[in-house]
Design a protein around this ligand. Structure first.
Ligand SMILES: Nc1ncnc2c1ncn2[C@@H]1O[C@H](COP(=O)(O)OP(=O)(O)OP(=O)(O)O)[C@@H](O)[C@H]1O
Ligand SMILES: [Mg+2]
Length: 363
């Protein structure tokens, strides 16, 4: 189990008179053994710094890092990097360009006995699906193959914890999707504990057993990906986690039955912020069902834009009383063109939040 408590790290200012950069601000993080955790955060939120502190490449200003009961970092304690049992796949430039694949992977075995090292390298290359490439140099490999080598090198010393820093960001969409699933299954089959950091919401959500969201050096949400997505702590987090429309509403409560009245009708509430009266409503494309314009129920709107993705399409539908068009996801080739009339019904319970009066918008 990895346990990070109160981890903080600042960097000195770039020039005199500027404030120091707070990269990590009292981070708490727990990853049970064998769990795949994703840390999602925008660029500059401190993801790489967090991994570098855990791996031992940065010395934190405060906080404690414990792995498998051993304190790796804390007041007066700095365990040497190579003895931490932590493998890292860095964000970029992971491989030594002048070394062969075998030498790159063998680098992860430095300190182990020499005999059998070549066999172990071959075994690792087979494990990550690139058997036979041992004598190539990094510039003779595709992007995906290079990332496999970096992973093999990180796995070589059989680390207790594997850290992955946006390992797929340089790859094209299909390869990226295939490789990330393959890597997750591989780490799962090895029983590895892993932390992957990324700014890609779909990547973080699809891989994680446990999802952590960072913003400006702080953890703003942590838990099961489904719970974090469906019940985001605030509207800003909800928007960051996926396409959403926020509109004003009014809570109507009858005992345990909580509903919200808004421009989309009287909707069931799945995540209620707890107070009655005015509120903000967060509606996601998948909450909405589009039916024939001639039907009854729901509300009517005009399709203003349509993006076709093959497996589904995203419509943006203008509805009277809404601050912006409503995003609606429809399966397959949606039978709508721009300018068509669509009848929409919110069929899934929505999330509500206190009104944003302080910001003077929406409600
Ligand atoms: N060595 C350093 N010296 C000074 N500032 C740094 C250093 N490393 C990181 N920072 C700053 O700390 C903050 C967090 O950086 P970090 O690299 O951890 O972000 P990140 O979430 O990994 O971003 P990205 O998604 O772009 O990789 C940023 O403001 C960055 O400029
Ligand atoms: Mg980074």
């Amino acid at each position: 189990m990895l346990q990070v408590t109160g981890l903080s790290k600042s960097f000195p200012p770039a020039h005199r008179g500027a404030p120091p950069v707070t990269a990590l601000d009292s981070i708490d993080l727990t990853v049970p053994t064998g769990i795949f955790a994703s840390v999602l955060g925008p660029s500059g939120s401190g993801k790489t710094t967090l991994l570098r502190c855990i791996a031992g490449f940065e010395v934190p200003d405060a906080g404690v890092i414990v792995l498998g009961g051993t304190e790796l970092s804390g007041p007066g304690v700095q365990f040497p990097t190579h003895r931490r049992g932590v493998g890292i796949v860095p964000q970029e430039g992971a491989l030594f360009p002048h070394l062969t694949v075998a030498q790159n992977v063998g680098f992860g075995l430095v300190g182990t006995r020499r005999t059998g090292r070549r066999e172990r390298v071959e075994e690792l290359l087979a494990l990550v699906g690139i058997a036979g490439l041992a004598d190539r140099r990094p510039d003779q490999l595709s992007g995906g193959q290079q990332q496999r080598v970096a992973l093999a090198r990180a796995l070589a010393p059989e680390p207790a914890l594997v850290l992955l820093d946006e390992p797929f960001s340089a790859l094209d969409a299909q390869l990226r999707a295939d490789l990330r699933e393959e890597v997750r299954e591989l780490l799962r089959s090895l029983g590895s504990t892993a932390v992957l950091v990324t700014h890609d919401q779909a990547e973080a959500m699809s891989l994680a057993d446990h999802l952590v969201v960072m913003r400006a050096g702080r953890v703003v949400a942590a838990g099961h990906p489904g719970t974090v997505y469906e019940q985001p702590a605030d509207v800003e987090l909800g928007r960051f986690l996926g396409e959403a429309l926020v509109l004003p509403g009014e809570i109507e409560r009858d005992g345990a039955d909580v509903r919200v009245r808004c421009a989309l009708g009287r909707l069931p509430v799945g995540h209620w912020h707890g107070t009655e009266g005015r509120c903000q409503v967060l509606v996601r494309p998948e909450h909405v069902r589009a039916g024939p314009a001639a039907g009854t129920g729901g509300v009517e709107g005009i399709v203003r834009a349509r993006s076709y993705f093959g497996h589904d399409a995203l419509l943006r539908v203008e509805i009277p009383g809404l601050p912006e068009p409503l995003p609606v996801r429809v399966a397959g080739r949606a039978p709508y063109r721009v300018g068509d009339c669509a009848r929409l019904e919110v069929t899934t319970p929505v999330a509500t939040y206190p009104p944003a009066e302080a910001k003077g918008c929406l409600t």
